[in-house]
Design a protein around this ligand. Structure first.
Ligand SMILES: Cc1cc2nc3c(=O)[nH]c(=O)nc-3n(C[C@H](O)[C@H](O)[C@H](O)COP(=O)(O)OP(=O)(O)OC[C@H]3O[C@@H](n4cnc5c(N)ncnc54)[C@H](O)[C@@H]3O)c2cc1C
Length: 453
């Protein structure tokens, strides 16, 4: 039996970044989209249980911002109107790299300083104005339904805290339920092989707190980022302005050097950093929140692209498919890139299967998504290998060579504006990694290696 692309009903599981953007995209292609979220959505930029990471600093890379702007025109302006800060990442940021301070100069690489809760709230508010999107809140998806011969997805079973388990039918189901996704078990229950997993863990822990700074506080920076330099310096800290005149402090330690969660311990952790800017800012600041910690930071890739057989019409993306160590700030951008890839795949599906059929979509989508995940995965995991205690497959020769090359590139970012700009453009995914191998970068790297001037 084949899946008929009736375009009647699509279900999205999970209402965080991946799920929200997918719902927006599917609303153009389906008569009805149902987004099922375990939590009740708060009315406003308020934290909720299902995304505990929102208590910690979130950077949206420029590429993520550009894609979001395509699906939600005017989003950046709306964020700024709501109090987000526009930050020039080379001029407004004091960035301590493992090789010293990154050179500062004005550029066109910018980002916004905002709380994760604000971004999600503004996107949810936009979705609420789209007539064919329905939010089903306070409901857990419990499993997948398949058609009679088990070849295609037919919907999901779900349960709210107050009702019996029920079934909801759909032509397409997208799992965007994050790291804790149960899709491997759900597929197994239907007789499908679950995906293989690759896990790499640098045992990194986050601690964060919100502050209000004294009104007379002055600085020549908007953001301070004190990067770790593993294996020797395992600690890092960042301090960034948010909406409503608040600031967020996020510190982390790798190699199980987890930051403390008590007030005195946190202050001492910040004081132990190689620069006192953040410590000086927070020592007399007013704390506005509890101290929050988070440790589930391992890189985890569930290889849906390698499945021998696909449940047609069932797709997995966002952290549910591939979650990264968050310190590289890639998760939201990869989630929206994945959603945008789904948009392209649905468009192409019409050309492959003009009669409206989802056969082959799952395989094609998961393979394309894997290609997108490959570069950020390489970046995150190769940096994580610098920690002594990292658990996972041993580093390849390529990783070791990349460390040596990147050390030289980072060294150059302390006094070459063009190299710093190129590195940031690659990190913000607006330029491909090959940019770092152009002659204008390779030549100074080689000069440095051979100590030429
Ligand atoms: C400490 C930390 C810091 C981070 N910092 C950054 C950063 O600076 N920049 C960046 O881009 N990314 C960052 N990330 C990653 C980013 O938060 C995620 O990549 C992003 O939220 C996309 O995830 P997602 O939507 O796939 O899943 P999640 O955000 O995990 O959301 C999953 C959603 O699904 C719901 N759900 C789960 N199971 C079910 C179910 N069975 N039924 C119904 N609903 C369900 C959950 O309640 C939740 O709402 C960070 C992550 C962490 C942990």
């Amino acid at each position: 039996m084949r899946t008929k692309m009736t375009n009647n009903h699509a279900i999205v599981i999970g209402g965080s970044m991946a799920g929200l953007v997918v719902a927006r995209i599917l609303s153009d292609r389906f008569e009805q989209v149902t987004l099922i979220e375990r939590d009740q959505f708060p009315c406003g930029a308020i934290a909720r249980k299902g995304i505990p990471q929102s208590r910690h600093l979130h950077v949206l890379l420029q590429q993520g911002q550009l894609i979001l702007e395509r699906f939600f025109p005017g989003l950046g302006e709306e964020m700024i109107a709501a109090g987000a800060h526009l930050i020039d990442v080379t001029a407004d940021m004091m960035w301590l790299t493992p090789a010293g301070w990154g050179v500062r100069f004005p550029s066109n690489v910018s980002m916004l300083g905002f709380s994760r809760d604000l971004l999600d709230w503004i996107i949810r508010r936009r979705l609420a104005t789209i007539n064919n999107i329905r939010f089903v809140e306070g409901c857990d998806v419990m499993g997948l339904l398949s058609n009679t011969d088990g070849t295609c997805v037919a919907g999901v079973s779900l349960r709210s805290r107050t009702s019996e388990e029920e079934q909801l039918h759909a032509d397409l189901v997208v799992d965007a339920s994050g790291r804790s996704s149960k899709s491997p078990q759900w597929l197994k229950a239907l007789g499908y092989q679950p995906p293989q997993e690759t896990v790499l863990n640098a045992f990194l822990g986050y601690t964060s707190r919100l502050y209000r700074l004294p009104t007379d506080f002055q600085s020549d920076w908007k953001v301070v980022c004190l990067q770790a330099a593993p294996p020797t310096r395992t600690r890092a800290a960042a301090f960034m302005p948010l909406e409503e005149n608040r600031w967020i402090l996020t510190v982390y330690g790798g190699d199980s050097d987890y930051p403390p969660t008590d007030e005195a311990g946190l202050l001492e952790f910040v004081r132990s950093m190689p620069c006192s800017s953040i410590y000086n800012a927070i020592k007399n600041a007013e704390p506005l929140s509890q101290i929050y910690s988070y440790r589930g930071t391992e890189n985890r890739w569930r290889h849906y692209e390698r499945l021998p057989r696909y449940l047609e019409g069932f797709l997995v993306l966002g952290d549910a498919a591939c979650a990264f160590n968050p310190v590289y700030g890639q998760g939201m951008t990869i989630a929206v890139l994945g959603a945008s890839t789904l948009d392209e795949c649905l468009h192409q599906q019409r050309q492959y299967q003009p009669n409206g059929d989802f056969t082959g979509l799952a395989r094609r989508f998961q393979k394309k998504l894997a290609k997108i995940n490959a570069v950020p995965w390489l970046l995150a995991t190769s940096e994580d290998y610098r920690y002594r205690g990292t658990e996972g497959k041993p580093p390849s020769l390529l990783t070791q060579l990349m460390h040596r090359y990147m050390d030289r590139v980072v060294q150059l970012t302390t006094n070459h504006a063009d190299v710093r700009l190129a590195l940031l453009e690659v990190m913000h995914m607006v330029k491909p990694p090959a940019t770092l191998f152009q002659p204008r970068i390779v030549i100074p790297v080689l000069k440095q290696l051979f100590k030429l001037n």
